[in-house]
Design a protein around this ligand. Structure first.
Ligand code: ADP
Ligand code: MG
Length: 315
């Protein structure tokens, strides 16, 4: 079997911070991300794509809240599933068209993906991940009383819901993804970190939480026994002293070096830290030293997969 690369795309690659979020903009962005993925396939890699959903699920939550007097608001796990469908549809169409144009006709399939989390995960004790719109204090009080939301005041910008961000334990649809990959499909899976589910008496049910997309990508790559975890974002790689005059982008990193830099606080939580954590864990989980991870920019994907751009993490 050929070399399998799990590619993680940032949510901002599909909806940029300064854009309105209309469909045309998002689809144009997805067409832009298709080029680098086509180039990976041209090089003979097998590819599974995963992606963030922050901006998209944020908008879905606003639609649900604003229309809740007319149509019942859906729970967070359902909103996550909707965002997987929205983004997966755009990727299926855009990437499918671009592959055909490149003479690489193969099916692109996106999968609504559940990710198992532990109901005893300590993250459920102290929810920290802000999601969705900002509210007035009055509305926030009502949502806390009526819907049991946990809400916090966010630096004068208003009130915002916070949820737990538990560890991804297993990709529920992992075996199905493997079968699709083996059949030659380009699979899009575990979007937005996947839909968090817990097992109670052997049955799965959704929970109100969000899983970090970089950690979920690591879980996906490990469960599929991929060779490479390729985390693509909007910077050229991992830097030490980021944003300071002595900032330095790293070409390569061993897990031990990464852990040491992490302890020194070089990576910002919520952005670069989860990427480095995901990359380190993926490489550390390798029993034969075969697994490697690269963190780099989307436009250098093909070089990054070969370890010639971005920051390469390997044992
Ligand atoms: P994505 O949507 O791809 O997950 P994030 O915004 O979460 O993107 O993470 C990428 C951002 O991490 C970069 O734009 C950069 O500003 C930030 N960052 C924080 N610390 C570092 C670091 N040490 N090296 C490189 N980038 C860093
Ligand atoms: Mg991120």
């Amino acid at each position: 079997m050929s070399h399998l690369v799990v590619v993680a795309l940032g949510g901002n690659a599909i909806l940029k911070a300064n854009q309105t979020g209309n469909f045309e903009e998002q689809l144009a962005n997805v067409y832009e991300t298709s080029g680098p993925i086509v180039s990976l396939l041209r090089q003979g890699y097998q590819v599974v794509v995963t992606h963030g959903n922050g901006p998209q699920v944020g908008n879905i939550l606003i639609q649900n809240e604003e229309a809740s007097k007319v149509v019942p608001a859906m729970p967070l796990d359902v909103c996550g599933a909707e965002s997987q469908g929205l983004i997966g549809y755009m990727i299926q169409q855009a990437l499918g068209n671009e592959l055909k144009r490149a003479g690489l006709d193969r099916p692109v399939v996106s999968l609504v993906t559940q990710v198992l989390v532990d109901p005893a995960d300590p993250a459920f004790q102290k929810p920290t991940k802000p999601i969705g719109p900002f509210y007035t204090e009055k509305r926030a009080q009502r949502l806390m009383a009526e819907r049991g939301f946990k809400m916090v005041e966010d630096a004068g910008r208003g009130w915002r819901r916070v949820v737990a961000s538990p560890e991804p334990m297993a990709i529920v649809e992992g075996p199905a993804i493997k079968a699709l990959v083996a059949a030659g499909a380009l699979v899009v899976a575990s979007g937005g970190g996947g839909i968090p589910v817990v097992a109670r008496d052997g049955r799965l049910e959704g929970v109100e939480a969000v899983i970090d997309k970089d950690l979920a990508a690591m879980r996906l790559a490990a469960d599929l026994d991929a060779e490479t975890l390729l985390i693509l974002t909007d910077v050229q790689g991992v830097a030490v002293n980021y944003g300071k005059p002595n900032q330095e982008f790293l070409k390569a990193l061993t897990p031990a070096e990464g852990r040491a830099y992490m302890a020194e606080g070089h990576f910002k939580s919520g952005s670069m830290k989860p990427k480095v954590e995901a990359a380190l864990r993926f490489v550390e989980s390798s029993s034969d030293g075969r697994r490697r991870a690269v963190i780099g920019s989307l436009d250098q994907a093909a070089l990054a997969a070969k370890g010639q751009a971005g920051t390469l993490v390997r044992a």
